[in-house]
Ligand binder design. Structure first.
Ligand code: ADP
Length: 497
């Protein structure tokens, strides 16, 4: 790749692990990096990694990161020419993209019309269908009330899935198996969609039983070139939220891979896509795939694609945003080995995954060849409950899927995070599950294997013995015991999983 960079300085309008990950690429490419942070994030590692940092103010911590005027103001103050939005926050906000362009700044993402076209889930499905993409059977029209929803269910055949038109993150989604369940399901889907998105419109489609979630990474530039970078399988989800992602999928063959890639690039081409993005499909048990949505941003799980293709997707985004051509054609894309990612979250997996927070007493990342950690935390920092629960992503890469699983098992054992409850123990059990190892994954995996994935019950005596042994082995920990008793409950999971 040539190294002339049209953007000398870039502001990262995000926080946590993704801000750190983007800044890493900016630093490597010699681009000046500007971080923004709320007061709660003042001492976060990503703030120190950047060349400059500016504090954002807001009525709420999240509100600070969503304040378009302040962000444009920081660009002016710092002289940043471009803005990378990361994922979440303003990453799929067409108004932000337009405002930056209007202010003479470079939006490091797709053009605003593409965001708008894919942002409305119903419109996106009609658009995709018109361009030869296979969509989930359904009527894909707004449903005004319960009776109309029952009528739609009868026409497309139960079970159906009610979904929010403004959807995202699995919110406003309900599975309805019969007409009798509709009244409650419809009311709660509308209420949830309203509170999550300020838009209570819902539609329905056929509910596919135990599908796999397989998505295609696409990349385009401003010269009309569009390629795909293969698939990621993200079937292991809890309440429609991904926990583990991998590339390649253990379930599809080359002909399905190529067919999905062709449909994904056809859709991207049809919207004139000029950045990196993801076309999501679900695949039924017979192997038929159906489009569900397109995400017009960098995805949380993009590292697995980077590991198997050897590409840096943030670099690709920066280059195409600056007007360069994609540096490779479809024929140049090569895949090597298998990569798997786990999401380490501040969630108490043993207590219904309720969000947790607190001081990180100890964080020892695993190391070694083929192990990557995209992290937003470090020992000593305080994790606030005000933000998303994602703390870090552990990614492994090896020659084969089996070798990647072995590496993941040892890396999760080596990883130590103490201070408050997390999902680490749960992830350790997940990667040791034989059905995962056998590639028998689908979106109901977590529910179907709930008992096997639950924390093993230990007696009070066993727990005390483990605590005593761990404390004796670790003086630092012993010191922290007197200050903070609560985190020690985590040691049971840590030593036992
Ligand atoms: P959201 O926009 O809320 O994230 P998506 O349409 O992306 O919703 O779907 C999220 C997840 O919900 C998918 O990965 C899949 O697990 C499940 N899902 C979505 N549509 C269907 C469907 N028609 N049948 C079965 N599962 C579905």
């Amino acid at each position: 790749m040539n190294t002339t960079m049209v953007l000398p300085k870039v502001l990262v309008a995000n926080r946590g692990e993704i801000a750190a990950r983007i800044i890493r690429t900016l630093n490597r490419m010699g681009i000046q990096s500007v971080a923004v942070h709320h007061a709660l994030d003042r001492s976060a590692p990503y703030v120190r990694m950047a060349n400059e940092a500016f504090e954002l103010h807001g009525a709420s911590p999240i509100g600070a990161y969503l304040d378009i005027d302040q962000l444009v103001g920081v660009c002016r103050q710092s002289g940043a020419e471009g803005v990378h939005p990361g994922y979440g926050f303003l990453s799929e906000n067409e108004a932000f993209a337009r405002e930056l362009v209007r202010s003479g700044l470079v939006w490091i993402g797709p053009h605003a019309e593409a965001i708008a076209a894919m942002g409305d889930k119903i419109a996106a499905k009609h658009f995709a269908h018109q361009h030869g993409v296979t969509v989930v059977p359904g009527e894909h029209e707004i449903i005004p009330n319960t009776d109309a929803a029952i009528a739609v269910g009868c026409r497309i055949g139960f079970p159906i899935m009610l979904k929010a038109s403004a959807g995202g993150g699995g919110r406003g989604v309900r599975i309805v198996r019969s007409a009798g369940e509709m009244a409650i399901a419809f009311a709660s889907a509308v209420a949830e969609a309203k509170s999550a998105f300020g838009d209570g419109r819902v539609y329905a489609e056929k509910f596919i039983e135990r599908p796999r979630h397989i998505e295609i990474q696409v990349a385009g530039d401003k010269h009309g070139n569009v390629i795909h970078l293969g698939e990621r399988e993200c079937s292991i989800q809890r309440r429609n939220q991904k926990i583990l992602e991998e590339a390649p999928s253990p379930a599809i063959n080359n002909s399905t891979r190529n067919a999905m890639g062709e449909q994904a690039t056809a859709l991207a081409r049809a919207v004139g896509y000029d950045s990196v993005g993801t076309v999501e499909f679900i695949v039924d048990q017979a192997g038929q795939f159906y489009f569900i949505e397109m995400n017009t941003r960098l995805q949380v799980e993009h590292p697995v694609t980077e590991m198997v293709t050897g590409l840096d997707l943030v670099e690709l985004q920066l280059r195409v945003a600056a007007g360069e051509q994609l540096p490779l054609s479809q024929d140049d894309v090569r895949f090597h080995g298998a990569a798997i990612e786990l999401r380490l979250c501040a969630e108490d997996a043993d207590n219904g995954f309720v969000p947790s927070a607190g001081r990180v007493l100890r964080f020892d990342p695993p190391e070694g060849e083929g192990v990557r950690l995209d992290s937003g935390i470090e020992s000593g920092m305080t994790v606030s409950p005000s933000f998303d629960s994602l703390l870090a992503k552990l990614i492994v890469h090896a020659e084969t899927r089996q070798a990647a699983i072995e590496l993941l098992r040892s890396a999760t054992s080596d990883l130590c995070l103490l201070g408050f409850p997390t999902n680490l123990g749960y992830l350790r059990r997940l990667v040791r599950h034989e059905d995962f190892a056998a590639g028998k994954t689908h979106t109901a995996f977590i529910d179907d294997h709930a008992a096997a994935l639950a924390r093993p019950v230990i007696s009070a005596e066993e727990r005390d013995a483990i605590l005593a042994a761990a404390a004796l082995a670790d003086h630092e920990l012993l010191r922290s015991m007197s200050e903070t008793p609560a985190p020690l409950t985590e040691i049971g999971a840590w030593s036992n999983a």
